[in-house]
Design a binder for this molecule. Structure first.
Ligand SMILES: *[C@@H]1O[C@H](CO)[C@@H](O)[C@H](O)[C@H]1NC(C)=O
Ligand SMILES: *[C@@H]1O[C@H](CO)[C@@H](O)[C@H](O)[C@H]1NC(C)=O
Ligand SMILES: *[C@@H]1O[C@H](CO)[C@@H](O)[C@H](O)[C@H]1NC(C)=O
Ligand SMILES: *[C@@H]1O[C@H](CO)[C@@H](O)[C@H](O)[C@H]1NC(C)=O
Ligand SMILES: *[C@@H]1O[C@H](CO)[C@@H](O)[C@H](O)[C@H]1NC(C)=O
Ligand SMILES: *[C@@H]1O[C@H](CO)[C@@H](O)[C@H](O)[C@H]1NC(C)=O
Ligand SMILES: *[C@@H]1O[C@H](CO)[C@@H](O)[C@H](O)[C@H]1NC(C)=O
Ligand SMILES: *[C@@H]1O[C@H](CO)[C@@H](O)[C@H](O)[C@H]1NC(C)=O
Length: 455
């Protein structure tokens, strides 16, 4: 997750405008691969804050003042940090979470991981021990028929200087070739490990680097050189695993016709572009709802353009947040309001993005999405998918289109003028089916009976 900066938004906007205008004139390349479920749409969630922690997702793990995992472990020392994190890794996601995810009609997981799960040096405070949990996750997913996109979320030196990379501070990843070399080794390890037959092809893709933050020292051509080297490494191990590349906030249109292996003979490319769509960060936060919905619809049009050289596109992160960047106490502020009006908006915003980030016809670049994130310690309303289900503003089974509230227009966007109002209060969402009414009546009767007995 990224605190958006003005420059990249400007870039995406410029490219969006230029692209839409020139779209019909472009002859374009061809789509290289398609999505994964039986109907061809990736519907997924991120397992955020698990194998790479973020304080706002699991404040309970941050027993000290540290703001990122590097400093968490630096302050605790390796021994204590390892034991705290072991407790976290073994409990924050268990098989029953995977079952809940499956039951919600989702078919894929994006799993963020830091380089230190594979390669950590003694002079780095990070601890290692995540890998067995990752392997366990792949087995659970395999058993449940969920696919996995493995996402290198933290690279040595940090690729964006944010907490989600493990280390807040300067972006030192591009400043030392040893950082790049170590990253390539990690990607090689992940590819070698998870392309083995025992994992049954559950890991369908590897994302080379999450949210790289470009600058005068981390240039686009530097990033592209890295994408080329990483793609060569991965293709040296596996012909089929999908290579997913973050758009670096330039928008997927910027990457039209991009091929990091253009100068090699490898023809089996399987490239995907990951773009993150947030309305939580400056300058796209605190926009009026109608402006947000129009922007979502504009994105939808890009993701549905056929024959324009766009690579397959996945929206690897999105949420329902439109105001504040999250922090460890967001839930106490935000979850107080579970009003009908708020849940009505959430439902509209959810379904608008769902329609926008899913393909609705053949040969579209869009292949689907991963919501950020499945849960947080206190299930912040705008960030926790499972809270959305419990509160009824995210459909119980997102793969079943007949459970959706809003109709979809011919342009592929949701009809936001449709008169839908969320049920009066969250616990009433299930009342539409008789069995829960019966359960409530029984509960009342038992309550009265209990009261009478006490008297
Ligand atoms: C990913 O890889 C699988 C297996 O190679 C393939 O079937 C699928 O179409 C690929 N594409 C995406 C975007 O997942
Ligand atoms: C690059 O990193 C390595 C390993 O930390 C270090 O030994 C070396 O001095 C660094 N080089 C530069 C130019 O900073
Ligand atoms: C990848 O790294 C992990 C953690 O160090 C190790 O357990 C595993 O054997 C490695 N896998 C491969 C294929 O090298
Ligand atoms: C391929 O080679 C051309 C000509 O040398 C160069 O301009 C281009 O950047 C190269 N592309 C990649 C992805 O390496
Ligand atoms: C949506 O796209 C249209 C056409 O490019 C543009 O004129 C409009 O300003 C965009 N809307 C928003 C809210 O950005
Ligand atoms: C934390 O986020 C909430 C909203 O989610 C906001 O009201 C509050 O001011 C934030 N706290 C800090 C310390 O930034
Ligand atoms: C889809 O949802 C509708 C409406 O709730 C329900 O009647 C139907 O059984 C569901 N279909 C499947 C395949 O679950
Ligand atoms: C929306 O529907 C509700 C009841 O379903 C009704 O009371 C209200 O008048 C409707 N609003 C509009 C604008 O049609």
């Amino acid at each position: 997750m990224w605190v958006q900066h003005g420059l990249s938004v400007l870039f995406s906007t410029v490219f969006l405008l230029v692209f839409v205008t020139t779209a019909s004139a472009s002859s374009g390349g061809k789509l290289i691969n398609r999505a994964t479920s039986s109907d061809g749409v990736v519907r997924g969630v991120n397992l955020g804050g698990w194998l790479l922690t973020e304080k706002w997702i699991t404040p309970s793990v941050y027993t000290n003042d540290a703001e990122d995992e590097w400093h968490l472990c630096e302050e605790l020392g390796k021994k204590k940090c390892l034991s705290n994190l072991q407790d976290h890794w073994s409990s924050f996601f268990t098989k029953s979470d995977f079952e809940d995810i499956k039951a919600a009609g989702l078919n894929s997981l994006r799993i963020p991981i830091g380089y230190w799960a594979v390669d950590v040096r003694d002079d780095e405070p990070y601890v290692t021990g995540q890998y067995p949990y990752l392997i366990q996750a792949v087995y659970w997913a395999q058993e449940l028929g969920l696919s996995i996109l493995l996402d290198l979320h933290g690279a040595p030196g940090s690729q964006n200087g944010q907490d989600n990379s493990g280390l807040i501070g300067p972006t030192l990843f591009p400043t030392n070739t040893s950082n790049v070399d170590r990253t390539l080794n990690v990607l090689k390890n992940l590819t070698q490990e998870f392309s083995q037959d025992i994992y049954g092809g559950t890991v369908i893709g590897i994302e080379l680097l999450n949210e790289p933050r470009l600058s005068s020292t981390f240039t686009m051509s530097g990033l592209k050189d890295f994408y080329t080297s990483a793609s060569e490494i991965i293709r040296g191990v596996s012909d089929t695993i999908n290579i997913t590349m973050h758009d670096a906030f330039y928008g997927p249109q910027y990457w039209a016709d991009y091929n990091p292996l253009a100068n090699t003979t490898n023809s089996n490319n399987h490239f995907t572009i990951d773009t993150h769509q947030y309305y939580a960060f400056e300058p796209l936060n605190n926009l009026p709802h109608d402006v947000i919905l129009e922007k979502v619809c504009n994105v939808s049009k890009i993701l549905k353009l056929t024959n324009n050289g766009l690579l397959p596109i996945v929206v690897g992160e999105w949420s329902l947040e439109t105001g504040h960047a999250p922090n460890s106490t967001s839930s106490t502020v935000q979850n107080k309001d579970d009003s009908q009006a708020k849940r009505t908006w959430f439902r509209l915003f959810f379904e608008s993005q769902l329609a926008a980030y899913s393909p609705n016809g053949p040969n579209q670049p869009s292949i689907g999405w991963y919501y950020w994130t499945w849960k947080t310690d206190y299930d912040i309303d705008t960030w926790s998918y499972r809270r959305g289900i419990a509160q009824g503003y995210i459909p119980k089974d997102v793969s079943n289109s007949s459970t959706l509230a809003f109709p979809i227009l011919d342009n592929g966007c949701v009809d936001s003028s449709f008169n839908y109002t969320a049920p009066r209060n969250p616990t009433s969402t299930g009342f539409r089916d008789l069995s829960s009414i019966r359960a409530v009546i029984w509960a009342c009767l038992l309550g009265i009976a209990g009261f009478v007995v006490q008297l």
